[in-house]
Design a protein around this ligand. Structure first.
Ligand SMILES: CC(=O)SCCNC(=O)CCNC(=O)[C@H](O)C(C)(C)COP(=O)(O)OP(=O)(O)OC[C@H]1O[C@@H](n2cnc3c(N)ncnc32)[C@H](O)[C@@H]1OP(=O)(O)O
Length: 167
């Protein structure tokens, strides 16, 4: 879309990312992340900015396994929704995923129609082979636990849909 640029996030974007997502965290749409966690994950983030350099959207790609990644923390600024920001960021995250060699993208979301239009489907009971499952169980990351549908993250997954896209 015109007027919007999607680019890798910089450390100077992190407080803006926190401010953009904090109302969504309060509404329990997105999981809250400490500022230090956002800094640690800055290389995973892409941001969209308008012609004035104002942050208008954000999204992250987290690698979970050789072929598997997760789309995280995707959000458009409230006054920019429905103008293509979300799609532009998701397109970029998918391109990044392909470049990394991933072939499956997971997401946990209330926005099933938006992700559905991007080719994501309800993953139902789709999982990974038992050897990989056992390896993934060693992770302390909540997103990995959500992918595995573990009891310890049920409070995060309630009402959400676990979706997958084969790239
Ligand atoms: C894994 C996770 O992160 S789950 C969490 C997902 N995030 C949230 O729920 C946070 C709150 N929601 C949001 O921030 C946003 O609504 C998002 C991220 C879900 C979607 O972002 P948006 O920028 O609003 O979406 P976007 O505008 O790209 O697409 C929505 C619709 O807007 C319209 N649209 C798209 N591009 C344009 C455009 N250039 N001009 C006008 N309208 C447009 C279309 O109708 C589009 O529908 P389509 O999907 O059939 O193409």
């Amino acid at each position: 879309m015109t007027g919007i640029t999607v680019r890798p996030a910089r450390t100077s974007d992190v407080r803006g990312i926190r401010d953009l997502i904090s109302p969504l965290v309060e509404q329990r749409i997105l999981l809250g992340k400490e500022l230090v966690t956002l800094f640690e994950a800055v290389q995973e983030f892409r941001v969209a900015e308008d012609e004035n350099g104002t942050l208008v959207g954000v999204g992250a790609l987290h690698v979970m396994w050789e072929d598997l990644g997760e789309v995280r923390t995707l959000a458009a600024a409230a006054d920019w929704r429905g103008r293509g920001v979300g799609h532009a960021i998701l397109d970029r995250l998918e391109a990044d995923a392909r470049e990394l060699g991933l072939s499956r993208l997971f997401c946990l979301t209330f926005e099933t129609e938006f992700f559905g239009r991007h080719g994501f489907t309800d993953m139902g009971s789709e999982t990974v082979d038992p050897t990989v499952f056992a390896e993934l169980l060693r992770s302390t990351d909540d997103g990995v636990a959500e992918f595995l549908d573990l009891a310890r993250v049920k409070q995060n997954t309630l009402g959400n849909t676990r979706m997958i896209k084969h790239l």
